[in-house]
Design a protein around this ligand. Sequence first.
Ligand SMILES: [Zn+2]
Length: 261
Amino acid sequence: MFNKLLLLLVLIQVLSACATSPTGRSQLIYMPDNQLNQMGLQAFDNLKSQKPATKNTKYTQFAQCIAEALIHETGGDWEVVVFEDESLNAFALPGNKIGVHTGMIKLVDNQDQLAAVIGHEIGHVMARHSNERMSQETAVKQGVALIQAVSAPETALGQTAIGLLGIGAQYGIILPYSRTHESEADVIGLDIMAKAGFDPRQSIDLWKKMAAAGKGQEPAEFMSTHPSHSTRIEDLNKHMPNAMQYYQQAMTIGKKPRCSR
Ligand SMILES: [Zn+2]
């Protein structure tokens, strides 16, 4: 009897840890999403208290106009902040928070390229990559400590937690997304941007631009957390016919975002 009960408990735990990402990949997820959201909110609040939002209302409107069109496709309430920071970076956190640096806004040629960046970031959140990273890193017991550690970025555990959320470069720790996570965020982002009426082909130009910018003396922050791999462009091209169908459909029904700086 006791053994059966034990088996049942183990089974429940294993089942609850198995999840499926939006692209159909099976994931091991141990942490409750509401705790991840709490970590995201805390990390975003910390950032906002340290880094000024831009006073350039054109930049803010540009990013928000693009984000709104994308969010229309994904649903949910999202907060978008443009930070006054010349470094090339953008990120999204659990709890639906999006941050874009002014340096990134200056880099892109058009709304479609910034939509590719923000779509990719939303892809990481939709596929719960932070939760997966935390779950891989720790047992449940340590998870509680990690959640608390987010509010103490000066500690080693706090740095790990923030690094796993994908914004550790702010505090000197970089934990790059895996190739699997990068590819998945690329595919999700490509579909979202196309459905919203942004030209998905611009994502290729964007990543080429990023790679070129990353070759300078100071590697771009974005490229260190979102490492490029040789097959990224190839993979995007592979998914392009599908994305182009979404794009055509969006244009047919009149989804034509007009976001400008
Ligand atoms: Zn990424």
